[in-house]
Design a protein. Sequence first.
Length: 416
Amino acid sequence: MPFRRVMPVKPRNSFLFLQGVSSPFFSRLAQALRANGQLVKSVHFNMGDILYGSGARVFFSARHEQLLNFYTDCFRADHITDVVLFGDCRPVHLPAVKLAKSLGIRVHVFEEGYFRPYWITLERNGVNNHSLLPRDPDWYREVGKYIPRYQNGKSFRLSFASRAIHDVMYHVGGALNTVVFPHYKTHAPFNAAVEYAGYIRQGIRLMSARRSDFEVINEVVRNRHRTFLLPLQLDSDTQIRDHSPFKHMKDVLKHVLGSFARHAASDVRMVVKNHPLTPGIVNYKRITQRIADKLGIADRVDFIESGHLPTLLSHVAGVATVNSTVGGSALMHNVPTIALSDPIYNLKGLTHQAGLDEFWDHPEPPDSTLFRRFRSTVIHTTQVNGGFYTRCGIDMAVNNSAEVLMAKTSRIEQYL
């Protein structure tokens, strides 16, 4: 009998894709996995999911209370080995994550990157406060010795217009949700029409604020006064809704400005910077001014809608944040930073640990060696070079994610 060479067969997993980001990313990723011999099915909860979904579709149009039974049937019928989703705190995802973990099914969670703009997050089990990343600075000091030093990743074209177009396309079919998916409830706090109207108002605010924002930043650069930065986050962000003690940014402003008024020296100033993707539904400039006026510090608090963040970070005395990725950028600039909740970078030796009231007079600077090892370790174990919204970014993200998804053990698990 002639010798017959047996080619190695790739392990075949069965992936169930849930909701993804508003872009073709999940569809492209599913195609790449199928090309590698994997089985992939996608669950669609609304019309936007249908638009950006891929083949082998499963539809869920029942009530939320029936999700657990739905997932139980899906996992059993298709012998699911892996669940893939974007954002582990979405209501449609919570039952799937809990059930999968109880059954030993791998859960792969995508999110915006911890170190943007050229990295996205891909973790097993969960992200942010659900991350497997240790909270022990000594672990990073030791493990980081053996991990290559990462820079900013391979760059690609960034486009806010592409992101906006994908978002509009995703929501444009929402008008049919009441017919096709009558029980679907979005995880977003506002419907698309309200949000887009807010973006128009915010665009007008940005145009009218550019000159004054430029002047405020120039004043900071001159270093005539010690200045602290408070970057606002989105009320809709899971970092605020699910991973912080605050319900919305108004609570954060009251808390931070109250402490600043009571404990910061009279010649110290504060700059509050709006989030660049805010829909503008809430006028935070007006809210900030009212709070500052009530506290008697209106002459020491500036609010800006825009501005070059690296320039600010190069000249401020410290950054107060809840858990924004700006905190990671501040640490990269060696700026003292305090986190008001518990992001992955809230470690002794990185962030100020003595409390907010003490921060204004004695901010603790970060240990640059620890941060370098922390950043490289986080990137090596949880980040993927690529993006969600432009063709070139998606190409990179798909190519770099497929191998991670098919691995039996994640990189972070290999180090724990």
